[in-house]
Design a protein around this ligand. Sequence first.
Ligand code: FPP
Length: 246
Amino acid sequence: VDLKTRIDPENLPSHIAIIMDGNGRWAKKHARPRIFGHRNGVKAVREVTEAAAEIGIKYLTLYAFSTENWKRPRVEVNALMKLLVETLHKEVATMMENDIKLQAIGDIEKLPKPTYLALLEGINTTKNNQKMTLNLALNYSARWEILEAVKGIVRDIQTTDMEVMDINSELFSQYLSTKKVPDPELLIRTSGENRVSNFLLWQIAYAELYFSPIFWPEFRKKHLYEAILDYQSRERRFGKTSEQLV
Ligand code: FPP
């Protein structure tokens, strides 16, 4: 069966977020170092980005490095940061060919300088592309992001004519790093872990959650299609009853 042709183009999520998990366990399964898993994870990133752009997804957000990931062994962190530089340098051309705009969320200024610079360069080079936005979450955690929003709001209340009464969901969203991006309708996590792990906590309020048993390095286009088909089979009610939806 051709999964891709079964996808309803009228009912696509505009934004898909993915927690790419299982690189380490996949490497272990193959008796290789963890970085071998991350390297093969890049292949999955390329496949999924291409598939998402092809079917018309507008925003794809990938959890590439969490604030908590600094606690990993230093060799792994260093290798991941180097892999990011390499991948960014290599893939900016692909993004240009495919009209993909690169963006990032997270405390990216605290990344190692070469990673930060490669990221800025990629963002700048691709800034006028329109087909899809590829958003990398790097040194990101949702609680950090929410606290930054709180600080921004307090600052603006102190220094502008904004008042406490003005705070509502719409205003709050504008202080998050995803301010110009619609909330993800679909959140995918791979490797059989059923957790949200501090990712986009505000933004996934109404997201459909999809957990795949596949380790990230083995995640391919068909797995993305399966996730989207599953999403399309669900009824999204936003607190209403089924009858109110028709
Ligand atoms: C999770 O697997 C994966 C990561 C923490 C890193 C994800 C990074 C990549 C796929 C490469 C970056 C590439 C780009 C261009 C975004 P894990 O190490 O937590 O696996 P485990 O749970 O099996 O140990």
